[in-house]
Design a protein around this ligand. Structure first.
Ligand SMILES: [Zn+2]
Ligand SMILES: [Zn+2]
Length: 361
């Protein structure tokens, strides 16, 4: 660790609603961990909620000051004991979740629903949620939650690995009907990543539901039909487009209160609905449960991005996920508060805001 400084710049949540640029010690990698230099970290749709105190009950953050950020890419700069899979200088993309590796769910590969959630002593981490995140110049990570990136892929693209992974996990759980129809609710980062994936997996007709600039982006990324939810009734329009039947698969990525019910009402008999968004339980519209039963709709919850990062990195590298259209903004760490404001208030047609801690201002 010869040329690694002892202190680093980080953006910390110092109290709800308030972030500060602070100096923190550079973490030393524990056994099975590596120290990474963070080159790009994307602001996630869930970050403003954590900052605002919406997830206090989930202990996100566990205490103040706290460093958020879980969608990142960077470079391995130091190795803890027992690390064999990575070397100094490796370019890597990260994941938010790191399971304990020992519980029944982890053993089945379902580490985003680890049964030992929050038990740090067993190796569980949820970076940027209950464990230090990537809004800093460095952070230490358990090696098993990293994925190597090719030299040809920019760090900003790698910071989409987590978001793209959330899309791909939903697609893997829900499945795609080659030659069939897919409806995507939400033209944000997850929905837009998902669009490129299902198009390449052989979906014939892709229907995107959104509004404004993001919906136009969905069109430019290959949506066949775009439904503006401010002007039309999305489920009625989806049925109309699909000869009255509904879509084979519906992916709910909007996180809006009406999203889940609209998604179910857009599915064909025997179709599949995948819920990927984060919902406000108190506001969400009740689901049409009789339709789910009588029309045998398969309803799937999809939690984050287990076992997909290597595939997403290849899709990003191959251009299947049009990350250049999705990463609309890049800003240095010092301007985090301004970046957050642009992201939260959707200023300047922002889709994904990427923070670059080592960018020169
Ligand atoms: Zn995220
Ligand atoms: Zn586990």
């Amino acid at each position: 660790m010869a040329d690694i400084p002892h202190a680093m710049k980080a953006c910390a949540l110092t109290r709800y609603g308030h972030t500060d640029i602070v100096e923190l010690p550079v973490p030393a990698p524990l056994p099975d961990e590596v120290l990474c230099k963070i080159h790009a970290v994307a602001i996630c749709g869930s970050d403003p909620g954590i900052i605002g105190g919406r997830y206090e009950k989930m202990h996100w953050p566990p205490s103040f000051p706290f460093v958020l950020g879980h969608e990142w890419a960077g470079e391995v700069v130091a190795l803890g004991e027992n690390v064999d899979a990575f070397g100094i200088g490796d370019r890597v993309a990260g994941e938010g979740h790191c399971g304990c590796g020992q519980c029944e769910n982890c053993k089945r590969g379902n580490y985003t629903i680890c049964l030992n959630y929050g038990r740090r002593e067993l190796g569980h981490r949820h970076y940027g949620h209950n464990d230090q995140g990537a809004n800093a110049e460095f952070n230490a990570y358990r090696a098993k939650c990293l994925t190597k990136m090719p030299d040809s892929l920019e760090y900003a693209a790698g910071s989409l690995c987590d978001t793209g992974g959330a899309a791909l996990h939903g697609v893997e759980l829900g499945g795609i009907t080659p030659g069939g129809s897919v409806a995507i609710y939400g033209a944000g980062p997850i929905g837009l990543c998902l669009l490129g994936m299902v198009r390449n997996m052989g979906a014939d007709r892709i229907i995107a539901v959104g509004r404004g600039h993001r919906l136009r982006l969905a069109q430019s990324l290959g949506a066949d039909v775009c439904i503006d939810f401010e002007k039309e009734d999305p489920p009625a329009r989806v049925r109309e487009i699909t000869d009255g039947r509904g879509a084979d698969e519906v992916f709910e990525c909007s996180g809006s209160p009406s999203g889940p019910a609209d998604a179910v009402n857009s599915a064909r008999k025997g179709g599949t609905v995948v819920l990927i968004g984060m919902y406000d339980e108190a506001k969400v519209k009740p689901l049409p449960v009789l339709k789910i039963v009588n029309e045998q709709i398969r309803l799937v919850g999809s939690k984050a991005n287990p076992n997909v990062s290597d595939k997403v990195v290849r899709m990003l590298n191959k251009g299947i996920v049009g990350w250049q259209s999705i990463v609309t903004h890049r800003m240095p760490l010092e301007k985090y508060a301004e970046a957050l404001d642009i992201f939260v208030n959707r200023r300047d047609n922002v889709v994904k805001m990427v923070i670059e801690p080592w960018a020169t201002t």
